[in-house]
Design a protein around this ligand. Sequence first.
Ligand SMILES: Cc1ncc(COP(=O)(O)O)c(C=O)c1O
Length: 256
Amino acid sequence: MISKKANLDNLEETEKFRVGAFSARYLKKAIERGIPKYEFPEEGMSPRAAYQLIHDETSLDGNPFLNLASFVTTWMEPEADKLIMENINKNIIDIFEYPQTAKIIHKNIVNMLGRLFNGHNTEFMGTATAGSSEAIMLGLLAHKWSWKNSGRGTGKPNVIFGTDAHVCWDKFAKYFVVDAIRIPIDKNKRTITADEVSKHIDENTIGVGCVLGTTFTGEIDPVNDINDLLLEIKREKGWDIPIHIDAASWLYTAIY
Ligand SMILES: Cc1ncc(COP(=O)(O)O)c(C=O)c1O
């Protein structure tokens, strides 16, 4: 999400300041002056008041426990919450300072997931990411490079997915200059089909997206049928086009 500059000259006085329902008792002095929404205040406030102010504001959000719409992270085991809080102040990309968290556990998990997805007899690699959008973008970028290195096509690369895919697929296409070929879905046909994918594939296709649990309905694209189609194309034309599975609602690790 991108936030725009708020034009302070056009705002009503009441829109310029923050109001905390319960924080008022800790903010008496600040409230008399007003706590600016869009500028740093001239004077600070106590940590307790700052906590209460943000706490009040975030409590207006929906309740994740009842969120079946974006259906991820609705609840975690308390031990998971505890481990996150115990390690939250580590900069986990510093693998030398924090090798346990950043390197060793990372390697364990990439291996566990690789084997979970039948990688026992094949090479695999993976990386943790800060969310599924980054995972999709890194995975698709790898497919773009594989396509380029294969010398298969010389036109503009394209990626095929259904309109049931998350918006991060469109973002990938925009950011990394790839044509997005979107197969429409509707209320009677809530996933893509191998038949429709076959109509769009050409030598510039870097990959086909299949979603394992779509963001909107939780439905699963027909991975086996699309895999059969891609194997047939490989046999007939020699194009080795990969599937990229978006299992974001299951996992927050990219495997490719
Ligand atoms: C299927 C799917 N893919 C990708 C994403 C993007 O994940 P994130 O918000 O972690 O970037 C989501 C998020 O809901 C999703 O449901």
